[in-house]
Design a binder for this molecule. Structure first.
Ligand code: AMP
Ligand code: MG
Length: 426
């Protein structure tokens, strides 16, 4: 049986980075930029005010204080988006709002708080905005955002390979870009197999269970930025499996669940071996041993055939999710052009004794949390590979190496973080 590392290496070797596509910027969140982005414009386009206040000549404020205001004549008001045609000359000021262009002649902006505008508004004697008292000395350049201080025209602002986060999407918008070229999202066909399975929109009959894998796996596909294409449930017959496999069409990867263990009807791996190419079956891991990986022929539109990777995930509800995190996620991220494909791990002090008699690498469901600057991990309950509820309680998987028969409470283990705190209620 091959190790987790060997299995991952074999999978990553077989998957390729997908081609690029141009998409509306809002659809590009989390995707990898496939082009360098240069700016055609200067941002800000003009010197503008960083404050609501008065644009003045700094020399006019010399010696100004609360007790000795310098009174200036207000000659205009300018809002963001407008340009004042007036010029500030000694003894005058232009009332200015944040983002408005600084008028000619002015070399700084005095914020409202350093003027007597409020007093004047309150007092009945003088009409506001014809005069203003400056209550503090200022220096040239104060509260002015300079032309091009953010981005100069022609500058490369984003490099090919960048993963687009909300700040980068905003940056693209600030350049006036409606679309962006990114590595496209993989389409992942999801197929459940098993005579015992019932679709969630149908009544349960005796001896049957609902197909949950389709939904946990399709959600994982979505979470990591790919597009699930649900194929439904195939009974354990060769005809049904083969006919479902025909619906894979233009998907970039096939994920099936079930049908890869030792049972009489576990024919996914047999069909994979016959109609495709089986790269490996079984990994030294628990849960998730009977993982099968290979390549199958997918017939798409116009009878075009392509060879796509197929991961035959184990049927047990937890096994298939753990296999996804360990093997499918890195493959999808590579297809999306990402180079960081590993989930974060932390060193945690284990709070339970754990036995590992299987001689495989154990990934046990746990809650890992930080207390007094250290991480602690405790198991979420029964670890049977079909017990989805204990997966639901977990935010992490603690890793027990294959050569450790036992780990005792208080020892330090690696915890693979599935979710960080903001995403789970502990
Ligand atoms: P198999 O690998 O096909 O033998 O399945 C192993 C276990 O996983 C069996 O108990 C199945 O009933 C269960 N199982 C398989 N597929 C699903 C599914 N789509 N949803 C929930 N449980 C499943
Ligand atoms: Mg089955």
């Amino acid at each position: 049986m091959i190790s987790v590392e060997e299995a991952l290496e074999k999978i990553l070797k077989e998957v390729e980075v997908l081609n690029e596509e141009k998409v509306p910027i809002l659809n590009a969140l989390g995707q990898v930029l496939a082009e360098d982005i240069k700016s055609d414009i200067t941002i800000p386009p003009l010197d503008n005010s960083a404050m609501d206040g008065y644009a003045v000549i700094s020399r006019d404020t010399a010696g100004a204080s609360e007790s000795s205001p310098r009174v200036l004549r207000v000659i205009d008001t300018v809002m963001a988006g407008s340009i004042s045609r007036k010029e500030v000359t000694p003894g005058t000021a232009v009332r200015i709002m944040t983002g408005a262009a600084v008028p000619k002649g002015a070399d700084c902006v005095v914020q409202f708080e350093n003027t007597d505008e409020d007093e004047r508004k309150k007092s009945a004697i003088s009409e506001p905005y014809t005069q203003v008292g400056i209550l503090a000395e200022t220096t040239p350049g104060l509260n002015i955002r300079r032309t091009g201080e953010d981005i100069s025209r022609g500058a490369t602002v984003l490099l090919k390979g960048t993963v687009l986060r909300p700040s980068e999407i905003g940056l693209l918008a600030s350049l006036g870009q409606t679309h962006v070229t990114v590595i496209r999202r993989p389409v992942v066909a999801v197929l459940a197999t098993g005579n015992e399975l019932v679709s969630i929109d149908k009544p349960l009959s005796e001896g049957k269970i609902y197909d949950s894998n389709t939904y946990s796996i399709a959600s994982l596909v979505q979470r990591y930025g790919a597009i699930p294409k649900i194929l439904g449930i195939a009974r354990d017959t060769e005809e049904e499996l083969v006919s479902k496999l025909r619906q894979v069409e233009d998907a970039d990867m096939l994920l099936s669940t079930g049908g890869v263990s030792m049972g009489d009807y576990d024919m996914v791996k047999d069909i994979l071996a016959r109609d495709g190419e089986m790269v490996f079956w079984k990994v030294r891991v628990k849960p998730g041993k009977p993982l099968a990986f290979g390549k199958i022929k997918a017939t798409g539109k116009g009878n075009r055939t392509r060879i796509i990777p197929h991961l035959g995930l184990p049927g047990n509800a937890v096994s298939c999710m753990v296999s996804f995190e360990l093997f499918v996620r890195p493959a999808l991220l590579k297809m999306m052009g990402k180079t960081m494909v590993a989930k974060p791990t932390v060193q945690a002090i284990i709070e339970d004794n754990i036995k590992n008699n299987a001689g495989r690498r154990l990934y046990d469901r746990a809650i890992t949390e930080r207390r007094n600057g250290k991480y602690y991990a405790r198991l979420t309950g029964p670890q049977g590979s079909g017990i989805l509820s204990s997966m639901g309680l977990a935010n992490s998987l603690v890793i027990i190496p294959e050569d450790r028969k036992e780990v005792r409470k208080g020892e330090v283990v690696q915890a693979l973080m599935l979710d960080w705190n903001e995403e789970v209620s502990l």
